[in-house]
Design a protein around this ligand. Sequence first.
Ligand code: MN
Length: 424
Amino acid sequence: MMASWIEGANEAGCHFPVQNLPFGVFSTGDSAPRCGVAIGEFILDLAVLEQAGLLALAGGTNTFAQPTLNSFMGLGPDAWNSVRARLTDLLSVSGDPTFNDDPSARERCLIAQREATLHLPFQVSEYTDFYAGRQHAENFGTMFRGPEKALPPNWLHIPIGYNGRASTVVVSGTDIRRPLGQVRPKGADVPEFGPCRRLDIELEMGAVVGLPSPMGEPVSVAEADHMIFGYVLLNDWSARDIQAWEYQPLGPFQSKAFATSISPWVVTKAALEPFRTSTPERDKDLPPYLREPGPTNYDIELEVLMQPNGAEHAETIARTNFRHMYYSSAQQLAHHSVCGCKMNTGDLLGSGTISGPEKSQYGSLLELTWGGRDPLTLESGATRAFIEDGDTLILTGWAQGEDYRIGFGECVGTVTPAPSFPAA
Ligand code: MN
């Protein structure tokens, strides 16, 4: 196993060994947010490392003394790979000892994660959410339209998606305010206005676009794969009662626009390379522009945990794997651009809810409780059909190697009460 000299990085179960090196944005005290890499229990300050002359990048300096990763992501795969190779060299036991041998550089460049604030790692240019998990689409369709119409006729031919809101993509740890909206109670002819009563999560992965594509130019699945910088955990918070009333004919709108949480560390495609896997077997042949040129999906273990309001600790409520997705992120990106849609550095693509075939593998409460019919009973004795105020939801995940783990950390959010509106 390749080992690091950084404390904690070689421990079993560590999310951030030297094989991972995920990128993020952090600050300490009143200092300006800047780019860093997670290693063991530390953050490596890339802005200071670059200034100290230990990390030379073609294309100038100050790539990392910025509050977003966008500049670095826009440089493309050659720069991503050379920075990764240099960091691997500096942080490995068997690599270049320059950094390890310099106490002053170590002191200035390594910050304990517990002392740092993590920020949104990149400026989200635009956010698109897909619906590419077959089990989720079948579960959702069965509940909303009935079993005979569960999978829409287009589903096996195109990755279905909608244009979401970049403005409300937030970093893990940000509280989520319960949304207000229109809902139609069962059996009623007209809707009511008020706080969402069926608030839910969606366990997803987010693909982060690094390289842009020009307007009018479709990209192939192979080119799309090349454009992706990395992946984050993504919670597509969903107001099911608002969604049920509004979603036809143009898809979700307010039920999704209030918040999307992402994990703070962008795990690079390079770190995930050993965990590539093909998408499941096709039911219908795909047109050539959507076919996989090789494996474009990943074997990533995923968990959802819930800490109900007042409980001492969080507990796991679902376990699944990213490899269940019917369409990979590269296929989704190829489809997104096929009409000529321009893709930009910082575009975020939600995979769609990741549900496995077993009930314990479902990636939303809607599915886990079957529309609220079978509430969960938690260890604290609390029962939940949907999320209540004060509840905390946590997504976590990792790709498991033989003797190391490529971890994503956590994507956490606590729900706070809805605003009172209109004022009484
Ligand atoms: Mn979604």
